[in-house]
Design a protein around this ligand. Structure first.
Ligand code: FMN
Length: 209
């Protein structure tokens, strides 16, 4: 079993990465393979609502979103980490997630996911809420921890996060809970318990007619 960890910070080895590395280490200790993908330090654009992904099966704009989409079937679970910018996920991470989910939601449905937020001080729970909404609109079990998944750090190198003992423990609980859920899902499959089947018709009741 394999979990993808996405680092949405422009700092490859900053605070967000340091938190994700703690989750990854714990997952590996539990026998789960991990891969971290860094979205890079150039701005990642948002969704332009062109709808091309519904035909292409990938995004019109060929960047890290398509790199992840190309191997998305190989993952059993997902962790998305972001630094907090103005009390929200940063713009690049929102762009990345909008496009990844618009083009690839079906391939992530029924697979467990979690969000991780890193902030100097404030806006972590608002950020956490925003990230969790991608999972909860897509039939993805949300993995929890002993606290909301956040760490605190400001120096963009990760040393601050290494001093955040509670934050790191929260990451370890998250890793163990993710591993446990993945093993339960796998055992369920062997026992003939599959993910629920979708209803025949997907109903959309738009409010403006
Ligand atoms: C544009 C910008 C906006 C930020 N806004 C916030 C904020 O609202 N609250 C906060 O606590 N930290 C804020 N920060 C600080 C980062 O969230 C914090 O340093 C984070 O841990 C950096 O993670 P990284 O090292 O992975 O990039 C902001 C930083 C930048 C560059």
């Amino acid at each position: 079993m394999k979990v993808l960890l996405v680092c949405g910070s422009p700092h490859k080895e900053g605070c967000t990465h340091t938190a994700l590395a703690e989750v990854a280490k714990t997952l590996q200790e539990e026998g789960i393979e991990t891969k971290e993908v860094w979205i890079g330090n150039k701005p990642v654009g948002g969704c332009t609502a062109c709808g091309a992904c519904s035909k292409l099966g990938k995004c019109m704009y060929d960047d890290v979103v398509n790199e992840v989409l190309a191997e998305i079937d190989t993952y059993d679970g997902f962790i998305f980490g972001t630094p907090v910018y103005y009390a929200s996920p940063n713009g690049s991470m929102l762009g990345f997630m909008d496009r990844l989910f618009y083009a690839g939601a079906a391939k992530m449905a029924y697979k467990p996911a979690a969000a991780v937020a890193s902030a100097r001080r404030g806006g972590t729970t608002a950020t956490f809420d925003a990230m969790n909404k991608y999972f909860t609109i897509n039939n993805m079990p949300v993995v929890s921890s002993r606290y909301w998944n956040m760490v605190h750090g400001a120096n963009n190198k990760g040393e601050d996060v290494l001093q955040d003992a509670e934050g790191l423990q929260t990451m370890r609980y998250l890793g163990r809970n993710m591993a446990w859920l993945l093993k339960c899902i796998e055992a369920g499959k062997k026992a003939g318990i599959d993910a629920p089947k979708p209803e025949e018709t997907k109903i959309f009741t738009n409010f403006i007619r």
